[in-house]
Design a protein around this ligand. Sequence first.
Ligand code: ADP
Ligand code: MG
Length: 262
Amino acid sequence: MSAPATTPALEVRGLTKHFGGVYAVDGCSFEAPQGIVTGLIGPNGAGKSTAIDLISGFKLPDSGTVLFKGRALEGLPPHLISRLGLIRTFQSPREWPGLTVLENVVMARWDAGREGFLRGVVGLGRAQRDKSEDELARAREILDEFGLVTLRNERAGNLSGGQKRLVEFARIRMAQPQLVILDEPMGGVNPVLGERMALAIEGFIASGTSVIVVEHNLPFIERVTEHVIVMAQGAVIAEGPFEILRSNQDVIDAYLGEMVKQ
Ligand code: ADP
Ligand code: MG
């Protein structure tokens, strides 16, 4: 694995967001290096998803800064942030349900704004004809790699939760962002797919995409991450390699013993 570059993929400083009286994110600061998988863990309600919403422009912070490879992202809308090379996923997979698996992957290089525009104005058929043969070939190659090639003409909306998640991973591979933030990729997915997803994450790193992964499945975190950030009550309470964190008393207390059982 390549040594982390000096500028972090992501720097979060003092990020804060409240909803009424609830401080969902409360002075959250951390760095995620380039070239590795960083885990983000913490009990339910710790503020992990809200932090991702703030980083990716889906919610505006009350205060704090987010630097993506040294560049401030504040105030940028999600489609501009993704165009800069920072993509995030959601706890439930999002796909174009009426399009085929192959179409979903081919479309991955398009930012959401343009995709919507083309579908509305010129229709999908025309939009697809505009895609180059190279891009189609690349999408087929990725589907093959992800074991999805036999499903390429299936409508994405008909797939199982795990298959939808793999299609989403295939889209990330196609888009090749500089950083991807995965919010609970194993949620609702048959654990049999876990190893395939771990390999896909290794593939992201190999192709130059740094990864931040939020996940409750701690064996998965241990398997895929090099560095782990622990959040509780909106802030970071510990960080380090998972094998050290698992015996950290603050982390154990935050999870109320959830970790020692695993
Ligand atoms: P996690 O992803 O770590 O489980 P969340 O970021 O989803 O945590 O939630 C953090 C806290 O913020 C929780 O107490 C949650 O109920 C609250 N929260 C999240 N989103 C909203 C919202 N839109 N309105 C009100 N409260 C919210
Ligand atoms: Mg969450």
